[in-house]
Ligand binder design. Structure first.
Ligand code: COI
Length: 358
């Protein structure tokens, strides 16, 4: 159990007055959690302090060799004013897996959860009230050694910040257009695709920018070897329903093991759908689309929740999914998942972790 020292701000910020204009990850709460690591002391000095900039040496390893990783999760306010988390142990374990790959010391699962819960409780008034809004929580760890040698740092900081947020996409729950990336790749076997390290996202920005200029919300990444099989989308995992069977890429090292992905697979299987985690060629998806067999396509992610896709564009080919509106299975997943997260539906899976009264 961590002994977290709490220092509250004496100058609280103004909370967003209009929750319909929150956007995603733009404004941050009054406090942040910090904990340091050194080779001789291990993780130590857990504390909650007023949100403030870091004072870091320009030669810090993080700035040069990007030894860092992060997580994304949310706190929800229910109608009866409980604040709750969704499967925080999945994020804690995933951060340990990312840490292992990036040679970063692991934060124990129970310490991670305690840190998140304590910070959310301190900043509970920042958890927004309106439909579809939540407190986005961003835990991250970064290397703080000073020096230019390329090797694992001996010192790290674990930090958690929070941002009251609305929908990730400007489209909200409206279906998005996706560009299938045929030149750049996101991951390859043996690399860091399964981790939430910033480098994965940095490497994706160029393709995302080019696709955005063409009016697409996100890029769909193909495998890094043959550029043949679908893997994931910029900020989401992705699912394809063909002939009423649901396909998604397997998490075999190049794909992020999403918490929402895993929850949707469990729900779909409970509902009797066959879910196939494996290789699915983009060519077969486009063919199914042209033959009217591509029933629904949707992305899943903590930030994006469940996001319907209305169009896929690959090379010179386009397929339009359904009638451009959210499909029934996507809608049911969205309603069920958000129902559990916001406490509108019973949590029969034991996914919700209460934090405090709001
Ligand atoms: C999340 O869904 O929480 C993520 O971390 C994706 C991020 C790129 C917004």
């Amino acid at each position: 159990m961590l002994d977290i020292k709490i220092t509250k701000t004496t100058t609280p910020k103004e909370k967003p007055a209009d929750e319909s204009k929150l956007g995603f990850g733009k404004k941050f709460t009054d406090h942040m959690f910090l904990m340091d690591y050194s080779a001789d002391q291990g993780w130590h000095d857990p504390r909650i302090v007023p949100y403030a900039p870091f004072n870091l040496d320009p030669a810090c390893v993080i700035f040069h060799y990007a030894q860092e990783l992060f997580e994304g999760m949310k706190a929800y306010r229910t109608a009866d004013n409980q604040i709750q988390l969704f499967r925080p142990e999945c994020n804690a374990k995933r951060m340990q897996d990312s840490s292992d790959r990036m040679c970063v010391p692991q934060v124990p699962v129970e310490d991670f959860i305690q840190a998140v819960k304590t910070l959310v409780e301190v900043d509970k008034d920042w958890v927004p009230h309106s439909e579809g809004t939540s407190l986005y929580i961003r835990p991250f760890v970064f290397a703080t050694d000073v020096g230019m040698g390329v090797h694992a740092s001996l010192n790290y900081t674990f930090c958690i910040i929070c941002a009251p947020s609305g929908a990730y996409y400007a489209e909200g729950i409206d279906p998005v257009r996706i560009y299938v990336e045929d030149e750049f790749i996101r991951a390859a076997p043996g690399l860091t695709g399964f981790t939430k390290c910033g480098g994965n996202y940095a490497a994706s920005i160029k393709a995302g920018d080019l696709a955005a200029k063409k009016g697409f919300a996100q890029v769909l990444w193909l495998d890094g070897v043959e550029k043949k099989y679908v893997e994931e989308v910029g900020a989401m995992n992705i699912f394809f329903m063909i002939d009423q069977k649901v396909y998604t890429a397997a998490c075999v090292g190049t794909v992020l093991p999403g918490v929402t992905r895993r929850s949707c697979i469990e729900l779909l299987r409970d509902w009797g759908y066959e879910v196939i985690e494996g290789k699915l060629a983009i060519e077969d998806i486009m063919k199914a689309g042209h033959e009217g067999r591509l029933n629904e396509v949707f992305g899943t992610g903590t930030a994006a929740v469940v996001s319907p896709v209305k169009e896929l564009s690959w090379k010179d080919d386009q397929v339009f999914i359904g009638d451009g509106k959210i499909g029934p299975v996507t809608q049911k997943l969205y309603d069920t998942l958000t129902g559990i997260q916001w406490g509108r539906l019973p949590d029969s899976k034991g996914w919700v972790v209460p934090v405090c009264k709001g």
